[in-house]
Design a protein. Structure first.
Length: 313
């Protein structure tokens, strides 16, 4: 006759809803040692073992491994200690799952091929240091060997992508696009060309195409260009000519003939490089990654101004 207040494995299964096989496994692993055995060798468990089994089930449902459960049961670690460790592990798992989700969203959006998928996954998995190093390498390459303004380029390169620990899907997608942009040979050639012109102007003492004196006018020019765009006015219109003549005059070095076609074409080319939509996209993506307030795009009015300059050069 078995002692009062004891249960067989079958009875524990009925009380807890756990399969007999699972309870036997926990018992074999030492997580639920039997209180005693019957004369025939069958395992019996008391109410303390029942409570212990409930704790084991709860810890397992929370995702703790058998080794962690054993530490709690043997008082080697508290439930709080293991919960902290488990939360950290889950946070890392969630972060990786979000990265994968963003990559898969980008794959769907772009209908990407296998090699591009591999690249996007590698970019999304980069560490903070790897991301910053990629930006440093970009700015170093586009200015290498050129006599550029060190303070200006230091400011440009100091703006780094700072992806938060819990980034949004938009931030992750922006980072993938940003990383692809600064590794794109065409974009690097564009910024290298701008750097070369900057260095040439420093060497000859030539006034920049859009120097400090002209910067104060640029917002007004862009605003007027946007008004023309909104009104359906073409760059080769009278309004376009008026704006173009203002820019030609304001941007000319002292003594330069502002009617010289060579000067006008060169100015249009220089401003076109600076107005390339990819340059603005660089900063837009960086802003999304870093959570900066959005700024209105100037790409469309800038392109209209370039078209006006070319039309009246």
């Amino acid at each position: 006759m078995r002692p009062v207040g004891t249960f067989t494995i079958g009875e524990l299964a009925r009380r807890t809803g756990l399969p007999v096989k699972t309870i036997r496994f926990y018992s074999d692993e030492g997580l639920l040692p039997p209180t005693e055995r019957t004369g025939a060798g069958y395992r019996l468990y008391d109410t303390k073992a029942l409570a212990r089994l409930e704790l084991v089930r709860t810890l397992r449902e929370l995702g703790l491994g058998l080794a962690d459960v054993e530490q709690v049961l043997s008082m080697q670690a508290t439930v709080r200690d293991l919960a902290i460790r488990h939360v950290e592990a889950l946070d890392e798992q969630i972060r990786r799952l979000r990265l994968r989700r963003s990559v898969l969203r980008a794959v769907v959006k772009r209908d990407s091929e296998l090699e591009e998928v591999k690249l996007m996954n590698r970019l999304a998995s980069m560490s903070d240091e790897e991301r910053k190093r990629l930006v440093d390498e970009f700015w170093a390459e586009v200015s290498e060997g050129l006599d550029v303004d060190p303070e200006f380029y230091a400011r440009m390169s100091s703006a780094k992508p700072d992806l938060p620990d819990d980034p949004s899907p938009e931030q992750l997608e922006a980072w993938i696009e940003f990383a692809e942009l600064i590794q794109d040979p065409g974009f690097r050639a564009l910024i290298r060309g701008m750097s070369q012109r900057h260095a040439d102007q420093r060497e000859t003492g030539e006034q920049p195409a859009i120097g400090d004196a002209q910067q104060q006018h640029w917002f007004s020019w862009s605003t007027r260009a946007q008004e023309c765009l909104d009104g359906g006015i073409a760059p080769d219109s009278a309004e376009g000519r008026e704006l173009a003549e203002e820019i030609f005059a304001a941007s000319a070095p002292t003594g330069r003939d502002t009617t010289d076609p060579a000067y006008r074409l060169q100015l249009a080319e220089t401003i076109a490089a600076g107005a390339d939509p990819r340059a603005e996209r660089y900063w837009t993506l960086l802003g999304i990654i870093n959570g900066w307030p959005p700024f209105p795009s100037q790409a469309a009015p800038a392109q209209w101004l370039v078209a006006a300059l070319n039309a009246h050069a």
